[in-house]
Design a protein around this ligand. Sequence first.
Ligand code: FAD
Length: 285
Amino acid sequence: MADSVTFSFELFPPRTPAGVDKLPEVIARLAHVRPSFFSVTYGAGGSEQDGTYGTVMRVAQQTGIEAAPHLTCIGSTRTHIAELLQRYRDSGIRRIVALRGDLPATSMSSEAPGELRYANELVSFIREQHGDHFALEVAAYPEVHPQALSPAADFAAFQRKVEAGASGAVTQYFYNADAYFDFAERCARARIGIPLIAGIMPITNHAQLIRFSAACGADIPRWIRLRLEQYQDDKASLQDFGLEVVARLCRTLLDGGAPGLHFYTLNQAEPTLRLWQHLGLPMPI
Ligand code: FAD
């Protein structure tokens, strides 16, 4: 594995008092293994938005490790996005995950889609306003974004984000390493040279995984789905099986040259740290 491989951890702004109370310990446990950076999600269309800034600042102040806010453009205005960017810049932020976002299911279909319609327009806007100040990560979909007109149109959309100035990409999670390697090959053929960091979703909860995957278009291979169904009432076996499957995926990706892994922690330290240990990654004492 190359020394330059990055390991990053994604958090979301806690939504409940219990989640708020628990977060400092989650951050401390994850920070102990010194990830390359943390990122914090941002709810398109209103939810979680203030929480993103607060969580990013908490991570940076508590750990001294880089913290990157996610920023979405759907349903927003240039003025609002410009204000947020300035606030982040003034607070010392140097990396942003730039996304279109999805409107919450509860939003009205007549709601304005926003002044910037797609993530490539957001990347262009940030570059216009702030030049190279921010490193910009964009999303990539090895298994194709669920709303894409076609795989080719989706790849062209990804290319536009790169041309607009993305510095790197983080993929949607997947359990089929070939989808990642196929996407990486297509990038190489298109002379796209930015790092393609693989998004990793630990497997800990059957119902939640099925729900998330249906929403974001991630494929759960039949053999994994059936094994998870079998372990539904046996949490320990399900988690052990999930650990084996995801650790093998991580090893295959790293052995195949993936430049980084981005763990969707869902604000749980344990599943990511178990994977970390299983992979034999450095664990400070
Ligand atoms: P885009 O790259 O703009 O693509 C969106 C869709 O539009 C694709 O189907 C694409 O093919 C299509 N498209 C692009 N350009 C055009 C065009 N000109 N004409 C027609 N079609 C076009 N969501 C959140 O709300 N908050 C988060 O914090 C968040 N974090 C994420 C982090 C990662 C790493 C990933 C992978 C996803 C995250 N998401 C988040 C989900 C993401 O916002 C959704 O997947 C969203 O639907 C697409 O965002 P995007 O930036 O990929 O959009």
